[in-house]
Ligand binder design. Structure first.
Ligand code: IPE
Ligand code: IPE
Ligand code: MG
Length: 252
């Protein structure tokens, strides 16, 4: 795989757990269990090929509206896997962090998250960013509130300042966003940050998603011509040379 064009930041909308279970006549939580099991292989694969940030959409702010028993199964699985993976994060140099609205999370989960975040804070191999109780609009609202509380004036508001108040502050924007299960929407994921992301949609349900398919998504990404509003890099002398785009296809 060509190193130069490995996405620095990949976001994955891990969708389709419920349908995976329903197709097999199983309760939905079995799909969530299987879904959690996929995370390790995908994280290791991303880390192994030199991805810097992997953002996994685990639970949206709208997902709180699901039936109480499903929500509590998901929270239980999360608690279990954080406790189980903690030492592995240390061993693998993974820095774990959560983006999303923590006020809505149960106290025990919140303190486990804080513990894992602090203990892995200095790790620098891969940032594993878990979007939990996350909504892009909610994140933007919280960012605006922070800016107002800091006393920023209208002139102070710039893209950089807004980015700095988001939960993802300091992280590069996602280069590639993958969504499993056939749905082709963002469902409130990284709205601000995805302005120039490339998208990869697959019908594969998240519990069936493998390392091979991640590599396939990256391969497809490497064929894209990222123009960032400019003229293609490969289309002549007027083409801009900035941005992290790479024009591999000729312009049509
Ligand atoms: C994604 O799978 C996991 C969460 C949203 C928590 P779903 O539970 O949305 O699965 P489907 O979309 O119903 O199949
Ligand atoms: C988005 O999936 C959230 C996660 C994958 C965690 P949903 O299943 O909640 O999204 P919609 O409702 O189909 O848009
Ligand atoms: Mg879904």
């Amino acid at each position: 795989m060509e190193k130069r064009t490995i996405p620095r930041h990949i976001g994955i909308i891990m969708d389709g757990n419920g349908r995976w279970a329903e197709m097999r006549g199983l309760p939905r939580f079995e799909g969530h269990k299987r879904g959690v099991q996929r995370v390790k292989e995908i994280t290791e694969a991303a880390s192994g090929i030199g991805v810097e940030v992997l953002s996994l959409y685990a639970f949206s702010i709208e997902n709180w509206m699901r039936p109480e028993d499903e929500v509590s199964v998901i929270m239980g699985l999360l608690e279990e896997s954080l406790k189980g993976e903690f030492l592995n994060f240390i061993k693998e140099g993974i820095r774990f962090r959560v983006i999303g609205n923590r006020d809505k999370l149960p106290g025990n989960i919140k303190s486990i998250i804080e513990g894992v975040e602090q203990a892995t804070d200095k790790n620098n191999r891969l940032v594993l960013q878990c979007a939990l109780s996350y909504g892009g609009r909610d994140e933007i609202i919280r960012a605006i509130r922070k800016a107002i509380n800091k006393g920023l004036t209208p002139e102070d508001i710039t893209e950089e300042r807004i980015s700095g108040f988001l939960d993802t502050a300091g992280m590069p924007d996602p280069d590639l966003i993958v969504r499993t299960s056939g749905e082709q929407r963002l469902s409130n994921f990284l709205l601000w940050q995805s302005a120039y992301s490339e998208f990869y949609f697959t019908n594969t349900l998240w519990p069936d998603f493998t390392k091979e398919e991640l590599l396939e998504a990256i391969h497809e990404y490497q064929m894209r011509d990222r123009r960032f509003g400019k003229v293609s890099n490969s289309s002549g002398s007027l083409a801009g040379s900035g941005g992290s785009g790479f024009g591999v296809r000729s312009a049509f």
